[in-house]
Structures are given as C-alpha cells and as structure tokens.
Design a protein around this ligand. Structure first.
Ligand code: F6P
Length: 255
C-alpha cells in the first residue's frame, strides 16, 4: 500500500544520502522520462524546499532548463522576501528563452515578491571579448552578486544532450564525449567519476564557487539522467538532491 511505498522511497533516499554524502535527498514518485507531470512535482518540491531554507536578504542563483522552469511555476505568491535577490547562475547557455536562467530568475523573483538582476553575456566568446564584457561596471556588479549567492538551485543534464541543445559543433561534441563526459551542469562537463573534463566559457558562477554556497540544491529526474546525477554528486558534496523514483532507483544500481 501507499504507506509502504513511501517508506520504500525514504529508504532509497537514505541510501543515496549515505552513498554520496548528500545533505538531503527528496524523491518524488514516478519517472519524469515517462510522465511530464512528474517534472511539475519536482518543481513544486524544489520550490517548497527552497522556501524552507530561504532567509530574507539571501541571494538565490538559478540555472535554466526544462526542470528548473518548473520551480517558479511550483512556487506560490509570497510576501516577506523583499530583500531577496534572484540572479541567473551564469550568462546565456544557449537555451530557448523560456528555459533560460534569466527568465527563470525573473519568474521566481515575481513569485517571491523579491528583486532580480539579470546577466546578458553570450557563451563561448573569445577571451578578449569576454574580458572586456565582464569588466563593464554594470555586469561586474551582477557577477559579484552571483558569486556571493547563498543558495543555488540548478539542473543537471546528460553531456551529449546538453552539448547538442547548446548547438556545439560535431567535432566539439565528439571531443567532449571522447573525454568521457556523461554529465553537464553550469556549463561544465563531468565524467563518470565526477571529474571536470570540459567547460564552456560563460560569465558567472563557476562550479568551483559551489563550496562557498550555503545550500546547493540540484533538481533532476528521469531514469535516463541517473549517470549524469551520479557524476555531479561525485563532484560536489554535500548536495541537496531533489529527484524522482526513476532516477533514484537507477542511481543505486550503477556502480
Ligand atoms: O542549460 C541549463 C541547465 O541547467 C543545464 O546546466 C542542465 O544540464 C540542463 O539545463 C538540464 O535541463 P533539463 O532540466 O531540461 O534536463
């Protein structure tokens, strides 16, 4: 019955927590690879977790993607967070506008009654163009804010899917995969053991900044994403993982 089922999920959550030294693991029933409504639930769960650890005055950094897009949608309209600032974790990462971090930051701020600051820096600029853009006073200020984020909420994706979604060239995709990449987060690509094997140039938060952040909340589901989730959890500890049953069960099977 349902109570046993939920107990089963919390048992799985405990095992994942121990195995990957997570701060917290929350599992939604179902598999978002097969059922789109599960992704909505993930968004709702992430929104409620975020509320539970949010303090007025915090800076929240968010990434993009279809899963993250569900976080503002799962957040009720709130008050009392006027001094919270929501920012995108990085500049553009080649997503469609409704899936971009900037859009999600503005939507989330709207729900929280908070402020937001946006960052417009295209990906993969040459070093000189990048250098001059990030030194523009307005942009510099936003980047400084991003790097002192208190909470980050982010997606995790499969390496090949994300490289394609971002329109990387075939030769670049081949190089990334030859390097063993299985996961992507924040524009960084990770291999099975959680080692960074490739990164795209983009301004904002670097995965190396994560260790200074109070809460790192990863939201990703679907059994197909288990290898990618595993790689990220190997890279960063302690993560708060919000996932679904499909991914969670697979996560324990992979060695
Ligand atoms: O492009 C932003 C991003 O958060 C990536 O870093 C991540 O790999 C991806 O989106 C996840 O997207 P989705 O939730 O659509 O699978």
């Amino acid at each position: 019955n349902f109570v046993y089922f939920l107990k089963g999920l919390s048992f799985i959550a405990e095992r994942i927590k121990e195995k990957f030294e997570c701060e917290d693991v929350l599992i939604i029933p179902g598999n978002s690879d097969r059922d789109e409504t599960v992704k909505k639930q993930l968004g709702r769960e992430a929104a409620s977790y975020l509320r539970s650890c949010l303090k007025n005055g915090d800076v929240i950094a968010v990434t993009g993607g279809t899963t993250m897009a569900q976080v503002p949608k799962g957040m009720p309209n709130l008050t009392g967070y006027e001094d919270v600032v929501v920012v995108p974790a990085r500049g553009g990462l080649g997503e469609r506008v409704e899936l971009q971090a900037n859009t999600i930051a503005a939507e989330l701020a709207g729900r929280l009654g908070a402020q937001y600051r946006l960052l417009y820096v295209p990906d993969n600029l040459g070093p000189e163009a990048m250098e001059s853009i990030v030194n523009e006073p307005g942009i510099k200020e936003v980047i400084a804010l991003i790097r002192r984020a208190d909470i980050v909420v982010h997606g995790i994706g499969g390496a090949e899917e994300m490289a394609r979604r971002r329109g990387l060239s075939e030769s670049e995709i081949r190089r990334i995969l030859e390097n063993g990449a299985v996961a992507e987060a924040f524009g960084f690509y990770f291999d099975h053991e959680g080692r960074i094997v490739y990164s795209t140039t983009s301004a904002g938060l670097s995965v190396k900044d994560l260790k200074n952040i109070r809460k790192v909340i990863a939201i990703a589901g679907g059994s197909g994403k288990a290898p990618a989730i595993r790689a990220f959890l190997k890279y960063h500890r302690p993560t708060i993982l919000i996932t679904d049953e499909g991914a969670a069960k697979k996560l324990l099977e992979i060695e």
